[in-house]
Design a protein around this ligand. Structure first.
Ligand code: ADP
Length: 517
């Protein structure tokens, strides 16, 4: 490893060694190769450009979309003795001129700018006068339409390197690692596949679990009380449910903070600081909370509702255990979460994104129903389809015996076929349960031979079983105006008796705890 890089790591950041991946990435950048880094939140992306910035002559330009993050980073760097500055809309014209002056006189090693700035030609002219050895593009998924946070201003980054006669090396960084997004970034920024590093997705100190059919209120109350000395975050899907969980915990005597987009900014900052300064141990929040928060001792992240996709889930859950100590990530699933997310997706301004968002939602629902190792499900989703079992998640430690449920699976599959593969989960479950609902009779489904053949289960249990079969890839969901079920090739094999289906014995749902305790 470049000894200068190691020296900078120790001198400025106080660390003795690089994390796996960081070494190769930094070497690659120092060899002037344009590089794409895909690393989860908390993985240590910043050092991948900050260390080269210190090794290289000139000012490294960092494009970053979040104003608050920029300020935090610059404060952190200046406190460590690294000259850094930022330019964004929070600065006045004169302040911008001062920063540019300092940059031109060679005093600044890292300059953070918001992408919108690049739309200004005069500003680009100014930039072209600066010696820029490295261009770092943070949150690089914002450049891709397939990402979950596309920003049109990011498109101005394409070709930006050509602004300088001496073309700077480009390093793009993101925590979003679906194949479409990384292929898109590679193509838009002309980065070779061999210079793409996907690293650090396994978070060995996190134990994941999903709880289905739990009394959420009682569970959260009991969990928070049992872990009263530990810091934790509870994510809920809507402002309303944040308020409800906050009230519920406050009434139970738990000191708790809250954070969501509907609060005044000063209240949000106040609540955030109470949590960051350990005045309260529990934060209840929507996904508005967490960006740029570097609290390392969060011992658990509970999801009161299922998030909209795996990217969001892993980013939020990944805020647990940043100090490397054992931590828990628990998702409390209810089928109503799916409706909430569908509703939210349907509100999207950009209609063209809806199919993609729905597909991502289905992967999230699959996560909640799979019986595979949850850690390896996540890693497969993001990067490596050959990951091994973690041994500590809810599924790895679940020792319930498996049952052969092939016959029940065949009943479901054959019902889907008989309904013409044109209907959704709820109606299929109603038909299998033998419901007399108007919709069932309107379509004459009560006359199907598969009507009522799973009567031993109720419609909700059947819907869960269908989700399990989707997660097992026997059923495919097509997203049209409404999601409809069809059977996959593997599903056909099950129908033909060529493939057996095994499922863990049904969980005994815990008796509901008295919610007034
Ligand atoms: P990301 O940008 O990927 O979310 P950060 O760059 O903010 O992650 O790093 C997350 C945390 O890990 C920070 O507190 C950082 O100081 C720490 N970190 C990064 N690299 C190392 C390392 N080599 N050794 C120890 N800690 C590290």
């Amino acid at each position: 490893m470049n000894t200068q890089a190691l020296l900078h790591l120790k001198t400025y950041f106080g660390y003795d060694s690089f994390r796996p991946g960081q070494t190769q990435i930094i070497e690659n950048v120092l060899e002037s190769k344009d590089t794409l880094v895909i690393m989860p939140t908390g993985g240590g992306k910043s050092l991948c450009y900050q260390i080269p910035a210190l090794c290289l002559d000139g000012t490294t330009l960092v494009i970053s979309p979040l104003i608050s993050l920029m300020k935090d980073q610059v404060d952190m760097l200046t406190n460590s003795g690294i000259p850094a500055a930022f330019i964004n809309s929070s600065l006045s014209f004169d302040e911008v001129q001062d920063v540019l002056y300092a940059v031109r006189s060679g005093k600044i090693k890292l300059l953070y700018i918001a992408p919108e700035r690049l739309e200004n030609e005069r500003f680009c002219m100014e930039l072209s006068q600066i010696k820029v050895p490295l261009l770092a593009i943070d949150e690089a998924h914002c450049i891709s339409q397939w990402g979950h946070d596309f920003r049109p201003s990011y498109r101005t980054i394409q070709g930006l390197a050509n602004l300088w006669e001496q073309k700077p090396t480009v390093i793009a960084l993101t925590a979003t690692a679906t194949e479409e997004v990384s292929a898109d970034i590679q193509q838009l920024l002309s980065i070779d596949k061999e210079n793409t590093f996907i690293t650090g997705f396994a978070r060995e100190n996190l134990a994941f679990s999903v709880l289905l059919g739990e009394n959420k209120e009682a569970y959260v109350k009991q969990y928070v009380k049992a872990n009263s000395n530990e810091a934790g975050i509870i994510y809920a899907a809507t402002r309303k449910s944040v308020e409800a969980v906050y009230e519920m915990l406050s009434r139970a005597g738990v000191a708790v903070a809250k954070y969501h987009g509907g609060m005044f900014e000063e209240d949000r900052t106040y609540e955030q600081n109470r949590f960051l300064n350990d005045e309260v141990q529990v934060m209840v929040a929507t996904n508005a909370f967490g960006m740029g928060i570097n609290k390392t001792n969060v011992r658990y992240v509970l999801h009161y509702n299922m998030p909209r996709n795996m990217e969001s889930y892993y980013q939020e859950a990944g805020r647990a255990g940043r100090d490397g100590l054992e931590s828990e990530c628990i998702l409390l699933y209810a089928s109503s979460d799916e409706q909430t997310q569908r509703f939210l997706i349907d509100q999207a301004q950009d209609r063209s994104r809806i199919p993609l968002e729905l597909e991502k939602l289905h992967k999230m629902i699959d996560y909640c129903h799979t019986e595979r190792c949850l850690q390896s499900y996540i890693i497969d989703y993001f990067s490596d389809p050959t990951s091994s079992n973690c041994g500590k998640c809810g599924n790895c430690t679940d020792d319930r015996p498996q049952q052969d449920v092939t016959t029940d699976a065949q009943k479901v599959l054959s019902c889907i076929v008989r309904m013409g593969q044109k209907f959704g989960k709820q109606l299929t479950a109603s038909v299998l349960a033998g419901s007399r609902s108007k919709k069932v009779t309107d379509f004459n489904f009560h006359k199907l031979p598969t009507y009522g053949i799973l009567k031993t289960m109720n419609a909700k249990e059947i819907a869960n079983f269908i989700e399990f079969l989707i997660a097992e890839k026997l059923i495919i969901v097509h997203n049209g105006q409404f999601p409809t079920l069809a059977i996959s090739d593997l599903g056909k094999d099950v129908l033909l008796g060529k493939h057996a289906v095994l499922r863990k014995q049904a969980r005994i749902i815990k008796a509901q705890v008295d919610t007034n305790d």
